[in-house]
Design a binder for this molecule. Structure first.
Ligand code: CO
Length: 134
């Protein structure tokens, strides 16, 4: 079921500072910032050879990454995103296995305009997992 690693998302308290670090210190290929109000984040993508790193800063007061940054004030790894070739089959497989899907259990449209779902970190050894239709 698991396909390629689509991205690793890092929550950061200061997107401009994180972008400068990835661009100037690490020599990364960084995108322009994109505000995604429906996801409560502003993101910058760092394109690396085999995947992407997504730098995310909270956008709006009820951003879902605010509680994460309260626990991890200097930032940290927020989730990993794997591609799947059939997101509906993946959702049904996760439900059948007893793994919890965040929210109402239904698919959402993710940051790349494709259907996604998030799996509860407590069911996956402490890591928040995003599955995205490839
Ligand atoms: Co993501």
């Amino acid at each position: 079921m698991l396909g390629r690693l689509n991205h690793v998302a890092l929550a950061v308290p200061d997107l401009a500072a994180a972008t400068a670090l990835y661009r100037d210190t690490l020599g990364g290929d960084v995108s322009e910032p994109q505000a995604l109000p429906e996801h409560g984040v502003t993101v910058v993508f760092v394109n690396v050879d085999n995947t992407k790193i997504e730098l995310m800063e909270p956008l709006g007061e009820d951003s879902t990454i605010r509680p994460f940054l309260e626990k991890n004030p200097s930032g940290g790894m927020h989730h990993v995103c794997y591609e799947v070739d059939d997101i509906i089959a993946a959702r049904d497989r996760m439900k059948a296995s007893g793994a919890r899907i965040l929210g109402d259990g239904e698919l959402k449209i993710g940051a790349h305009g494709k259907p996604v779902l998030f799996l509860h970190p407590k069911d996956f050894m402490g890591t928040l997992i995003e599955l995205e239709q490839s």
